[in-house]
Design a protein around this ligand. Structure first.
Ligand code: GLN
Length: 309
């Protein structure tokens, strides 16, 4: 087995001084993030965790929550019903785009529009019940209690005019059938859950391990839904740079505006990077570089032949 700890440290040192990018500020509370924070974590499918840097630093999960709630919606409804409301098309548009497809559906569940539509669909008799189901699922993915950053949640709720517009558009087209406020509150809360880089590596490893968490042995997602989630992450997880990512890095992944990116290497490992300064598309600058380097060093690209390494 490769010396993962040494490879993570070498990669961390190679990129620790990069200063490119800007911390997200369109959600006022996120502007307070520390641009210096930097961590890389990796968990193998047999549950070994390796990490370097600020891997225990908590930050909000943001759009990295979308694959998990997509999995939840699939389990609630099945892929046929979900497909009626949210398509699975990579469309090369930014995460907060208001564009819908010719049937009025959000193009895919990794965009804000897709995730907001799914927030309306998650089953539960009331919003608190839906949130409790979300927390219970995230607890299984993380292997410990889950907390919400109340100030980020409030900040986004007060300033999320674009997401509010998207929700209204979806309601007018009957993609959202319940209360707009409830769908948005669910969505803003899922984005405000706190994670660490170590947590994300474990969550990714659970997806790499066919839906069984390698550390706790708990099932996080039915095996039959894992490939649906990973396919959508692979084709749409990096929004308008998904193609470039698939080409250069070659693994299903998801980024968030808090500066995290996690990637799933099926049957091998989960990897997460945290570094808040972002590029124009909303991806962590250092995160992109780290994944490119690790893909090369560890032969991660799913179409590469790794038998030699
Ligand atoms: N909560 C953020 C938003 O809706 C998530 C965006 C992201 O992480 N790309 O704008």
């Amino acid at each position: 087995m490769a010396n993962y700890q040494a490879i993570l440290e070498e990669t961390y040192n190679a990129f620790r001084d990069i200063q490119a990018g800007e911390v997200a500020s369109y959600i006022p509370e996120l502007a307070k993030a520390n641009a210096k924070h930097f961590a890389i974590a990796l968990m193998t499918v047999d549950g070994q965790l390796f990490s370097v840097g600020d891997a225990q630093q908590a930050f909000t999960i943001q759009s990295m929550s979308k694959p998990f709630t997509y999995g939840m919606a699939l389990e609630d409804w099945g892929r046929v019903e979900i497909f009626k409301k949210v398509a699975v098309e990579p469309v090369g548009i930014s995460f907060n785009s208001i564009n819908l497809d010719s049937k009025g559906r959000p193009p895919n569940p990794m965009l804000n529009a897709g995730a907001i539509a799914l927030a309306d669909m998650i089953k539960g008799a009331s919003l608190p019940e839906k949130i409790n189901r979300l927390l219970a699922m995230m607890r299984r993915y993380m292997g410990h209690d889950v907390h919400l950053d109340a100030s980020v949640f409030t900040s986004e709720r007060q300033t999320g005019f674009r997401n509010i517009a998207i929700a209204n558009l979806l309601r007018s087209g009957k993609i959202i059938e319940g209360e707009i406020e409830e769908a948005l509150d669910f969505y803003f809360q899922q984005c405000s859950l706190l994670v660490t880089c170590n947590d994300l590596a474990g969550m990714a490893a659970a997806l790499a391990n066919n839906g069984l968490h390698p550390k706790t042995g708990e099932r996080v997602l039915k095996e039959e839904n894992v490939s649906d989630v990973l396919s959508v992450m692979y084709t749409c997880g990096m929004y308008d740079s998904s193609g470039e990512w698939a080409y250069n890095v070659g693994i299903p992944a998801k980024s968030g505006v808090s500066g995290g990116i996690f990637g799933v290497v099926p049957k091998r490992m989960g990897i997460a990077v945290f570094s808040p300064p972002l590029n124009e598309q909303g991806h962590s600058e250092r995160g992109l570089k780290v994944f490119e380097a690790l893909s090369e060093k560890l032969c991660l690209h799913i179409f590469d032949d790794c038998t030699e390494r």
